[in-house]
Ligand binder design. Structure first.
Ligand code: BMA
Length: 851
């Protein structure tokens, strides 16, 4: 018998389950209800593959090439069962069984009777379980998950062949199921199955709070708030004629009462609103603009003395707008920028993919740790990408607390969708209503976006074939979703797709852009090809081509890099730790597998060993993102955001991520943290031999600074120096200094360095790093034990060291800084910490880049 646990409001969580597999249609619910053996334990929420692994039936699906050994799982029928005690509902009561997420084609039996069927992993399903409950014996809940291939066997609309072949056969576009599970260009083909979100049993009496909506109407500067409460009064208590009352309380971030009211539901009224005015609100801000202040909203539903239901929400007072007005300084172009509480912001963001292919296995602490790391990298926006998941509540709660804005895609990606199938349309409608209602109160929610790359890829394919057929999916992105938002969340902006807008989707003149010129070699604007070479050669995909990008908002751009060597070693056998091994090559899901070579050749040259591959790919990714981000941020406000593809990984693969699956930060994480600092100093080289220093200020305050510009050779001798003082107003980006390269004695054998009291050091090389005379020796290193969990590592330059990095054995080791340059004679002390474990000097090694 499963032990029962309760959630914070006292509902019973059904978390202990068992699973068993059959050939499709082999087993019957009736016979399984009688018991039988061969069941293995499976926690819920959880994942079928992991349960099988723990039970010793399969090796870990992420290790070696076990992905292929696990391919049978998706073709089996999976049965999940649990038993629990519950009382039958008394007078005026009902018992509701809610499944927050079933993945995906489930039939549910309670005590042998069919309770219902589900077909959408993105929608919650609730059933009135009361009539089927047994008072006097355990209740048996049984779920059959049908293999996803069966319900779509007769469907014919094909997906596009743009990511990989296997997904075409999956007919993934017919499933309301995470699209990436069928394999993506950064993830394995391991479609998940099972109970991936909590299952709850709720005993309800007379009436419950059906919904609470909190929105900020205006801030001028007092805040006008709208709180809408809907109740579900399903039974009337015959003994009581008293009305139902909702008591509301708003508590400010310091815990002080900020307002309250009691709403009365008489007769047939089921909804009511409260519109308080908060005179001096503590607003919710992104980190560079202020604090992400959160209020607490408590709602209690009662009848007379009887408390019936309650909800507690963390809410934020803020207004978010998407400004797409004409840009007066770039005629013919429109802005695409977010305005938070009246302040135009630059979105320093990333794209988020699911934190594991085994979707039910991700925990709240996984989300919290990854998002805290995003904040530490000066990120202020996360795009939840459409090929993945609507994330768990813990994800959005963390974004609210940390001040991270969320760009939320609806879960559609890179495919036409069957808008002609009534059942599919109905399922999408339910999903959209459910997710909007679930997520709309989060102050972090900045944008709803229809899908990933649907309209743009359709337009591209249609133009190539001379067709002007509409995009199959428009029904959802032009009608279903915007109409639902109009009623359910009119105050959050909506954008129909990404990329979308302008004379063609992916235009630099309006809307958002995915820049895949760099890396994939794709043209940025399909309808008006700019002059240039769009191919896969080193010059065509070089990261310096970001400088040509005049987009308004770049919602995807990125470069692949290997995870840490230690991460690969945890998932591959020693004999697979080489560049040509099958195990290593299967970690690369983008094709051709040597695509990265075109990026490496001009910068680092090609690697001979796996160790070099790790360093070279991480270096090119880091330098490339730095180059791109600095360019885009200098263009502020004409460009008002960059979302790096991609932040995280769903397995230990080779991808565009900044942080690998084992949570080791790649070099790019540290480079991005510097390039995304709210106050940034960066160099721009012009064609006429002029070098500019720019200062980008994302804060609201004017920043005054002094900086020293130094031209040095790599031995450390200074050849030229100048001190600059300037100031830049809040939220602006400006050139603050300009000089002739010749006057500064610029030369490939030298480096231009800027050091300032207000922003991080920056530097400019005049030749590719493979040609620069970096020190062949590593810096001197001294390690001091600070305490059991941390070390102070002091590094001193014996020449010019580029890409200096410390590595640790344990993946969760945290470095206060990493992957930086060190000049001759310069000293830096790095704090290295391993929370919860002992760290020894021998755990740390150092390295740098030199050829
Ligand atoms: C875009 C994304 C993803 C993909 C990435 C890298 O297409 O939306 O689909 O993984 O580029 O190719």
């Amino acid at each position: 018998m499963a032990e029962t646990t309760t959630d914070p409001v006292g509902h019973i969580l059904l978390g202990d389950w068992e699973i068993k597999d059959y050939a499709p249609r082999e087993a019957e619910a009736a016979e399984l209800s009688a018991g039988g053996d061969g069941w293995i334990p499976a926690p819920a929420p959880g994942d079928t593959y992991l349960a099988l692994h723990v039970a010793g039936r399969i090796p870990h699906p992420f290790a070696e090439q076990n992905e292929f050994l696990c391919a049978w799982v998706k073709d089996r029928e999976w049965w999940w069962r649990t038993q629990f005690f519950a009382m039958k509902p008394g007078p005026g009561e009902r018992v509701i069984l809610t499944f927050e997420g079933l993945d995906t084609y489930a039939s549910i039996w309670l005590n042998g009777s069919l309770l219902g069927k589900t077909d959408n992993m993105f929608t919650a399903f609730s059933f009135d379980a009361g009539p089927l409950l047994h008072d006097d014996q355990p209740n048996l809940l049984l779920i059959r998950f049908t293999p996803p291939a069966l319900p779509v066997a007769d469907k014919s609309m094909e997906t596009w062949e743009i990511i990989a072949d296997p997904i075409k056969e999956s007919k993934r576009n017919y499933h309301r199921k995470a699209q990436f599970g069928w394999g993506w260009d950064w993830g394995p083909q391991l479609p998940s199955v099972g109970i991936w979100r909590p299952v709850r049993l709720e005993r309800q009496r007379i009436a419950v709070i059906h919904d609470v909506r909190f929105s900020t109407i205006a801030i001028d500067p007092a805040a006008r708030i709208d709180v809408a409460i809907t109740i579900d009064a399903f039974a009337t208590d015959s003994d009581s004629r008293e009305p139902l009352l909702a008591m509301l309380q708003l508590i400010d971030p310091d815990g002080v009462f900020a307002g309250g009211t009691t709403l009365t539901f008489d007769g047939t009224s089921r909804s009511a609103t409260w519109q308080p005015i908060i005179d001096t609100p503590s607003l919710w801000w992104t980190p560079e603009l202020g604090l992400p202040s959160l209020y607490t909203l408590r709602v209690e539903l009662a009848q007379g003395e009887q408390r019936l239901d309650q909800r507690t929400l963390k809410v934020g007072i803020r207004c978010i707008e998407l400004d797409t007005s004409a840009d007066p300084d770039e005629p013919g172009c429109d802005f695409f920028r977010f305005i938070l509480n009246g302040v135009p912001i630059f979105a320093r963001g990333v794209n988020w993919i699911p934190a594991s292919s085994l979707v039910g296995a991700t925990t709240a602490s996984d989300h919290q740790a990854l998002l805290a790391d995003a904040l530490a990298a000066n990120i202020n926006m996360i795009r939840v990408w459409g090929g993945g998941l609507y994330e768990a509540d813990a994800f959005y709660d963390a974004c609210d607390r940390l001040g991270l804005l969320v760009w939320q895609d609806f879960m559609f990606a890179c495919a036409p969708y069957p808008e002609h199938e009534p059942a599919f349309v109905e399922s999408v409608q339910r999903e959209v209503d459910h997710q909007i209602t679930r997520l709309r109160n989060h102050p972090s929610l900045a944008l709803w976006c229809g899908n990933n790359e649907g309209q743009a890829v359709h337009q591209f394919i249609a133009r190539m074939s001379g067709s002007n057929a509409p995009y199959p999916g428009d029904l959802f992105f032009q009608r279903t979703i915007p109409q639902a938002l109009k009623t359910l969340d009119p105050s959050t902006p909506y954008w129909p797709g990404s990329p979308y807008g302008g004379p063609s989707h992916n235009s630099m003149r309006a809307g958002d852009v995915h820049n895949w010129t760099v890396w994939h070699g794709l043209p940025p604007v399909p309808d008006e090809l700019p002059v240039g070479d769009f191919s896969h050669g080193p010059e065509a995909v070089a990261y310096t081509r970001y400088a040509e990008d005049k987009a308004r908002f770049v919602s995807e751009f990125g470069i692949q890099a290997s995870p840490a060597e230690s991460t690969l070693a945890r998932w591959l056998a020693p004999d697979q730790m080489s560049l040509g091994s099958d195990g290593f090559l299967n970690r690369i899901k983008d094709h051709p597998r040597d695509k990265v070579n075109a990026m490496l050749i001009p910068v680092t040259g090609l690697p001979d060993t796996l160790g070099q591959y790790v360093v070279f790919t991480q270096l090119v990714q880091a330098e490339g993102l730095k180059f791109g981000i600095e360019h885009y941020r200098r263009r502020k406000p004409h460009c008002s955001g960059t979302l790096i593809w991609q932040y995280n990984d769903c397995w230990p693969g080779i991808s565009w991520s900044l942080i690998d699956f084992d949570r080791v930060r790649k070099a790019s994480w540290f480079y991005v943290a510097r390039a995304y600092a709210p106050v940034l100093g960066s160099f721009k080289t012009l064609d006429d031999g002029v070098i500019e220093l720019w200062m980008t200020n994302d804060t609201r305050e004017r920043v005054e600074f002094a900086a020293t510009l130094t031209m040095k050779n790599f031995d450390g001798n200074t050849l030229w120096e100048e001190v600059v003082t300037a100031s830049v107003p809040g939220t602006e980006s400006r050139v603050v200094w300009r000089g002739e390269a010749a006057r500064m004695a610029a030369d490939p054998a030298r480096v231009l360095v800027v050091r300032s009291n207000r922003f991080a050091d920056n530097r400019l090389f005049f030749a590719p790093v493979k040609d620069l005379p970096f020190s062949p020796d590593e810096p001197e290193m001294q390690v001091q034990i600070a305490d059991d969990h941390s070390l102070a590592v002091t590094l001193t330059g014996v020449g010019y060291h580029h890409f200096v990095h410390l590595s640790a054995r344990q993946p969760t080791t945290v470095f206060s800084d990493n992957y930086f340059d060190l000049q001759a004679g310069e000293t830096r002390t790095i704090r290295v910490a391993l929370p919860g474990a002992t760290l020894e000097p021998a755990d740390i090694t150092r390295g740098s880049f030199h050829r």
